[in-house]
Design a protein around this ligand. Structure first.
Ligand SMILES: [Zn+2]
Length: 212
């Protein structure tokens, strides 16, 4: 079993870079609170850390991570809505100017949903119900191209998942009202970590377009 030196050594580097080379960031700015312009919903997947992917500093991104980078629909029932609570705070408390949904290729959460839909027993007490929020993403991918299967179906379902989360975002009144007032913009992005490529969802054309 490996020890935790990867993390403790990393913390030493963090302290050196952020506290010793740019102490004003922490001692003069961040100690008084956070004021991020961006909230990002990203997957818990260890390969898609927003701060690394976008090379940002502490205080830049309010990061909301869960399996498959999902935004659930606004629900009045239920008790423990971690993602919804974080979104509410980002919009009403921090008044972020952008919410980015960042889906990604080779997402295990999307694959779990597709495999469940194909009859496999995948996921435990919590995971299956959570990823089933994405069932419509698979259905929409197949309604656009009924021949999709295997990896092509997964890639299409991953992109449809981003669109679905964008739609679910708008079911929260604090989101739709801020969008209507022009104080909040929503973005759907799709990261292919294997290719080092990023796409954004162009709503007018209803398609994903390379960002770089
Ligand atoms: Zn994922």
């Amino acid at each position: 079993m490996s020890d935790t030196s990867l993390l403790t050594e990393g913390f030493r580097k963090f302290r050196e870079i952020y506290f010793e080379k740019s102490p004003e960031l922490f001692r003069e700015t961040l100690r008084y609170g956070q004021n991020p312009k961006f909230a990002m919903v990203a997957c818990s997947d260890s390969r898609v850390d927003p701060a690394i992917v976008f090379q940002t500093d502490p205080g830049d991104i309010f990061s909301i991570r869960n399996v498959a980078a999902l935004v659930p629909p606004n629900e009045d029932q239920g008790l423990y809505h971690g993602t919804s609570a974080a979104l509410e705070f980002a919009v009403t408390g921090l008044k972020v100017e952008h919410i980015v949904i960042m889906g990604h290729a080779h997402c295990g959460g999307v694959e779990a949903m597709v495999r469940r839909q194909e009859g496999e027993v995948v996921g435990g007490k919590f995971l299956g119900q959570w990823t089933d929020l994405l069932v419509k993403a698979r259905e929409r991918a197949l309604s656009e191209d009924g021949t999709l299967e295997g990896r092509a179906l997964l890639r299409a379902a991953e992109r449809q998942g981003v669109k679905l989360s964008l739609q679910n975002l708008m079911t929260f009144p604090f989101v739709s009202e801020a969008v209507a007032q022009g104080t909040l913009q929503l973005h759907g992005w799709y990261l292919d970590i294997a290719e080092g490529a990023l796409e954004y969802f162009d709503g007018a054309k209803d398609t994903f377009v390379p960002l770089t």
